[in-house]
Ligand binder design. Structure first.
Ligand code: NAP
Length: 283
């Protein structure tokens, strides 16, 4: 039976450390502050927002919410981003995406001050992830995968990592983070010729396809560690990942559950990035 690598203990450990750092900032007269910008009311945004609010409260991070209707204009949103950029009391900004189709998402992301980009949405942050310079913040979910591996004491050096998915939000940045830890990384996608064969070779398998069952029983092998990033709703209305969980439980060494795995760590990483940004702001 596979070990269940839950996110809660990882998040709890991070929260404990971050609360102390938040208190130290408050003692210096700084309240670490996150701006949350949401356009419209997509259920997945609302759910993540609730998690972020709860985590920030636990850590001691103040949150300012900027809520726009889905019919808002690009100019309305740009004004909000510029207001956040100008406000020195705000240290980080979480912008929910995708934005409505009538908005130029690339232009909005580019407008955010790199210093406040705590979720790796600007080109500068992504460049830092790809160059391995350490400047800028990686997307929180990609970083959450690394936090889980570290928490459970998994050594990546020399391991074969296979990532299913190549988005800029998860697949590509998590691949670069794994590479930065000296794993040998393969990135798979919808045109990969033989997904099961690629996946079976993995020591660490990261599933970020956004499709239930994309990582089937044929993709799994004994001894693997599987991080299931996918969040999908099955035909019964239940939240499921990308991996055939029943098969994985009986095959692999360890797997993160959905819900309660990677997603449970993402808001803690967000909180850490806000604390770091606040610490940097006071020099
Ligand atoms: P995305 O932009 O839709 O990208 C999905 C990627 O997976 C694409 O590169 C796609 O390949 C690939 N893919 C899709 N189906 C595949 C298949 N059957 N076989 C192989 N590759 C396949 O999604 P995303 O934004 O990266 O998100 C991925 C998942 O993570 C979603 O379920 C999302 O809800 C979840 N998520 C979780 C968290 C968290 O905190 N846990 C946070 C954010 C997102 P192509 O490039 O060839 O199309």
């Amino acid at each position: 039976m596979a070990q269940l690598w839950k996110g809660a203990p990882v998040a709890a450990a991070l929260t404990e450390e971050l609360s102390q750092r938040a208190q130290a900032l408050v003692a210096k007269g700084i309240t670490p502050t996150l701006a949350i910008v949401r356009v419209g009311e997509r259920p997945e945004d609302l759910s993540y927002e609730r998690g972020a609010l709860k985590r920030c409260e636990k850590v001691g991070i103040a949150v300012r919410q900027y809520l726009l209707t889905a019919a808002s204009s690009q100019t309305d949103l740009m004004e909000v981003i510029e207001e956040i950029n100008r406000d020195d009391s705000i240290h980080g900004c979480l912008l929910f995406r995708p934005l409505p189709k009538h908005m130029d998402e690339a232009a909005i992301c580019a407008a955010l001050s790199p210093a406040k980009d705590v979720d790796g949405i600007t080109a500068g942050s992504l460049a830092a992830v790809f160059s391995g310079s350490g400047a800028g913040y990686p997307p929180c979910t990609a970083q959450a995968c690394l936090e889980i591996l570290d928490h459970y004491g998994y050594e990546l050096k020399g391991k074969r990592a296979v990532v299913v998915g190549r988005s800029l939000v998860i697949g590509k940045p998590v691949s670069m983070l794994l590479l930065g830890r000296h794993a040998t990384v393969t990135i798979c996608h919808t045109r990969t010729a033989d997904l099961p064969a690629e996946c079976r070779r993995a020591d660490v398998l990261v599933a970020a396809a956004g499709k239930a069952g994309a990582v089937s029983a044929q993709c799994l092998a004994p001894g693997q560690v599987v991080l299931d990033v996918g969040i999908n709703v099955d035909e019964n209305g239940n939240l499921v990942g990308d991996v055939d969980f029943a098969a994985a439980e009986n095959t692999v060494e360890a797997i993160t559950p959905v819900p309660g795995g990677v997603g449970a760590v993402t808001t803690s990483v967000l909180a850490r990035h806000v604390i770091e940004a606040a610490e940097k702001a006071i020099g």
